[in-house]
Design a protein around this ligand. Structure first.
Ligand code: PLP
Length: 396
């Protein structure tokens, strides 16, 4: 039989999606499953975006330019300017989701066996994108006890080799909810300059920042122009995950020139979705204000309810809509499966994401789960109650 590639065999399956068959069985068994496991917001997509798709009068759904339509990129540059990020539309490549922007970034700056340092826990698909790009993730461990703050710079320095090409951060963080301060970005700036590395920042949750904290982008940092690559996406910002639109942004002309070749190879980002995403840029500020109020309420409710469970450790999120919770159990993998397969509370159960998949260091996060607070407050209260009752009877 012809053989599957080594890369193909090494590709990790998604830690979030691997429990899906158990959830499907739970539905078949007549259980209601509350999904705390996946970052699919229940917030409505802005009307302006939906209307733009409904009202389109295209005769041919043609390819767009490989880097995205010029009009759209000019509007994106205006959106950034409002956020104090000053880039030209030619510094932007529109991609098929932030996912493709990550792949283009990895492909543009790293060769086989090159290394990328990532604070862990990190967005699980960074593992998959690294495997697909044949590069090695070198994790630097951030701790729940420190709320997942940036590890000391000495920890990064210890890991730098002649194969190291980049440091990747997610700000605000999925799965940690951590928001990097300006000082932390400056520390990263110093290290990437000293060792001549790229700094990639996945800023897809930029708008989701709470408690009056300020978001600080790597693109705002003067002097970092040649090092900084920003990954962005409309998926969460406008609750339009299915549009599949993201961007790679960099002032480094060589990076853009190279990423454009990857973009040309796949011809075009989705044309219809660009129409929706361009219109979404006209979303009124009141939409975001309402969304943030809603997420703050959800986060506060979630944390308050979780704190009623004994033996839990929680890293309090300052942004995005996730948090990591350490449970008084041995295996979150087993627990998550057990919740779906063997547990019910008045015909209801919860689905959580075991956190081990958000680490690349073996045996890390085994007793942790990631909770996405993408459900309304009432449902969150029910879901945490079920979690609490389940822990009481879980045969640890
Ligand atoms: C941190 C982070 N980066 C990138 C992505 C990719 O999103 P998309 O490809 O939908 O833009 C996600 C999606 O959940 C994410 O959480």
């Amino acid at each position: 039989m012809p053989k599957i590639s080594r890369k193909g065999q090494l590709m990790p399956s998604s830690p979030i999606r691997k429990l899906v068959p158990y959830a499907e069985q739970a539905y078949k068994d007549g259980k209601t499953v509350y999904h705390l496991n996946i970052g699919q917001p229940d917030i409505k997509t802005p009307e302006v975006a939906m209307d733009a798709v409904k009202n389109t009068s295209l005769d041919i759904l043609a390819y767009s330019r490989s880097e995205g339509s010029e009009g759209y990129r000019k509007k994106i540059a205006q959106y950034y300017a409002k956020n104090d990020i000053h880039v030209d539309h030619n510094d932007i490549i529109v991609t098929t989701g932030g996912s493709e922007a990550l792949l283009f970034a990895f492909g543009s700056i790293m060769d086989s066996d090159d290394e990328i340092i990532i604070p862990e826990p990190f967005y699980a698909n960074y593992n998959g994108f690294s495997t697909a790009s044949d590069i090695k993730v070198v994790p630097v461990i951030s701790k729940i006890e420190d709320n997942f703050a940036l590890p000391a710079i000495e920890e990064f320095e210890k890991l730098i080799t002649d194969k190291t090409k980049a440091i990747l951060i997610c700000n605000p963080g999925n799965p940690t909810g951590y928001l990097y301060s300006r000082e932390e970005i400056k520390k990263l700036e110093a290290i990437v300059k000293k060792h001549d590395l790229f700094l990639i920042a996945d800023e897809v949750y930029r708008e989701f920042v709470y408690d009056g904290n300020e978001f600080y982008s790597i693109m705002q940092e003067e002097g970092l122009e040649e090092h900084a690559i920003m990954i962005d996406s409309v998926s969460k910002r406008y609750s339009m995950c299915g549009a599949r639109i993201g961007y790679l942004v960099s002032k480094n002309k060589e990076v853009i020139k190279t990423a454009l070749k990857f973009a040309q190879a796949r011809l075009s980002p989705p044309t219809l979705a660009q129409i929706a995403a361009e219109a979404a840029l006209d979303t009124p500020q009141s939409y975001f204000d309402d969304v943030i109020v809603e997420y703050v309420k959800r986060r506060n409710t979630l944390i308050k309810e979780l704190k009623t469970i004994e033996g839990l450790k929680i890293a309090e999120p300052k942004g995005a809509f996730y948090c990591i919770v350490e449970l008084p159990i041995k295996s979150a993998d087993h627990f998550a499966q057990w919740l779906l397969e063997s547990y019910e509370y008045n015909k209801q159960t919860v689905m959580v994401a075991p956190a081990a998949g958000f680490y690349s260091t073996p045996n890390m996060g085994l007793n942790q789960i990631r909770i996405a607070y993408v459900l309304n407050e009432e449902t969150l209260i029910k879901a945490v109650h079920i979690l609490k009752e389940a822990l009481k009877v879980y045969p640890n």
